[in-house]
Design a protein around this ligand. Structure first.
Ligand code: ATP
Length: 263
């Protein structure tokens, strides 16, 4: 049986229970791929797939996301917005704010955000990735459909990773029950997604910056086909663009196809 019981989860969602439709799977390729297929068949906004085991968990640009049933919480949420995708440029940052709100409300500390889509734990003078967010958008004349994939490590993942990784267990004394954890995250996500629907990322910018791992710190931006760009990270703009102060002035970086590293 899957590790999440949808009826128990529903009872924890309080007044938002009617906004979510949760299905828990023992295994699938990736919760986002499965939800995308269901969305194409007309699944409603608020559909959630929690997958204990992902055979092909995905990060950005086809990268792999590692997870294991007992040590991870991996799920995807379907949402719909009335506007175009261009109004949703800060969405992965908004989701990061929702994750920080939820984790802090459960007692986690030292949780920070990395542009554009990672949640980090500050430890030993450095940072380790605790969760990743993958946003997939599709627009048509009715609006924009969004699939929000979240992989959260409950324990530090086993296996070799190029960057340090951590588990939520390192951020709090006692891990919450995974139902309480998922319910808190869904409630927090509903909050930030409503804000985005009204104001875009604008209303969440200050909160994002207050959790930003490298605010006013020297960083490097790595891209596949160009030289690294070095500068001071000045946070983000109202649309979620990264603000990098370089020798030639402030540059706005909108594309997520780059990797940020401390310099
Ligand atoms: P970058 O750091 O270059 O910006 P990213 O961290 O945004 O990339 P994502 O696509 O979000 O990359 O996540 C995939 C990457 O995360 C993988 O390439 C791997 O390095 C790392 N990773 C995979 N699984 C985990 C995990 N469970 N915990 C932490 N990091 C992971």
């Amino acid at each position: 049986m899957a590790l999440i019981d949808p009826s128990l989860l529903k009872s924890l969602l309080g007044t938002l229970a009617g906004r979510f439709d949760v299905d828990a799977l023992d295994t699938c390729d990736s919760s986002s791929s499965e939800l995308l297929r269901r969305a194409e068949r007309g699944a409603p906004a608020g559909s959630v797939i929690v997958a204990d085991q992902q055979i092909a968990g995905r990060g950005r640009r086809g990268r792999q996301w590692l997870s294991s049933p007992e040590n991870s919480l991996t799920f995807s949420l379907l949402w719909r917005f009335s506007g175009s995708a261009s109004q949703l440029s800060g969405l992965s940052l908004a989701v990061g704010v929702g994750l920080v709100r939820a984790l802090e409300s459960l007692g986690a500390s030292d949780i920070r955000l990395k542009w554009p889509n990672d949640v980090l734990l500050r430890r030993d003078g450095g940072y380790a990735k605790i969760a990743g967010v993958l946003i997939e958008l599709a627009s048509d004349r009715r609006g924009t459909q969004v699939i929000i994939g979240i992989g959260l490590n409950l324990q530090r993942p086993a296996g070799e990773l190029p960057q340090p990784a951590a588990g939520l267990s390192e951020a709090m004394e006692h891990l919450p029950d995974r139902h309480d954890l998922l319910a808190s995250i869904l409630v927090a996500l509903a909050g930030v997604l409503e804000t985005v629907a009204v104001d875009g990322f604008f209303g969440l910018k200050n909160e994002w910056q207050s959790c930003h791992a490298w605010q006013n710190q020297p960083v490097q931006l790595l891209a596949d086909e160009s030289e690294p760009l070095t500068g001071i990270c000045r946070g983000v703009d109202h649309d979620g663009a990264l603000l990098l102060e370089t020798a030639s002035g402030i540059q706005r970086i909108l594309s997520g196809d780059v990797s940020l590293r401390p310099a």
